[in-house]
Design a protein around this ligand. Sequence first.
Ligand code: ADP
Ligand code: MG
Length: 331
Amino acid sequence: MQDAALLSVTDLSVQFKTPRGLVNAVNAVSFELQAGRTLCIVGESGSGKSVTAMSLMRLLPQATTRLTEGSVLLEGRDLTQLRERDLEAVRGRDIAIIFQDPMSALNPVLTIGRQVTEPLRLHLGMSRAAAYERAVELMGLVGMPSPEQTLARYPHQLSGGQRQRIAIAMALTCNPKVVIADEPTTALDVTTQAQILQLLRDLRTRLGMAVILITHDLGVVAEFADDVLVMYCGRVVERGPVAEIFNAPRHPYTQGLLASIPPFSDEGSERLSAIVGSVPSPFEMPPGCAFAPRCPLAGEDCTQVQPPLRACGPSHVAACLRIPQWEAAHD
Ligand code: ADP
Ligand code: MG
């Protein structure tokens, strides 16, 4: 890695206590994020993308969650070791998150103005007038046409796309260094999706923030990512620069995901499913490689050992026994 990472996640593991037993939702996830870069996390539903994102900010329910090991270093400070009080200061100020459903970030009974100015007054100690001025500025930043009017409105008086713009504005309130966006456009129509993604792209350039974008849409990944993390059943199966992931995917799961992208002419048609079967239940994880039951290349050995992440390029790793050793040829 060239520069010291802004965010460095090592062996992050998350377990949930459930009435049916322990669920290993995230296992030994590691990645690095440099300032100004974008990491996309992809994988089918249930692969642990949201749990990874939430655990970075320790937003998961404490009573049922165990962060079993690992570290989350933000500029060298381990967030997993911070007291809740210190973590409060990090949330929003250093790392902010945007969710799929903007209503989850908004209070239905308060005006937008109240919701946008409150954190400014509380966390940044701004006066009422200064906070209002900044709120107007934020509305402009996220492309709301008439800021003053918007601030006087309630969430239900806005469209889904406008609400997501407000949620983005709220995430940007304190100029965070890292913005996590968890499927930020999934609930929106195609046109609005494109607008919101364009907004995120502009903001990334203008504000120089690092972005973690979670999506199941590989078209979005191709346009957005510098680096890609592919997850399956709570594990990283492949990680690398976007060009390598698209041009030379190594893991059979990544290859399957790429083969499932519908051709351009076919928009709206049923997505071709190149991967047979479905994601196993967390209570019935197959032994060895969790992808083995669906993998066209799997053999006996794959059901016996958990494949380790191995290098398959200078900054490209994949976890599959079928991938030839890369280091061997380059030593
Ligand atoms: P993704 O975002 O990739 O669709 P998630 O990160 O939401 O997947 O979920 C990963 C796994 O963790 C799933 O098996 C899910 O059922 C489980 N899970 C998520 N949240 C909880 C929770 N609060 N309690 C128990 N299990 C959970
Ligand atoms: Mg999710």
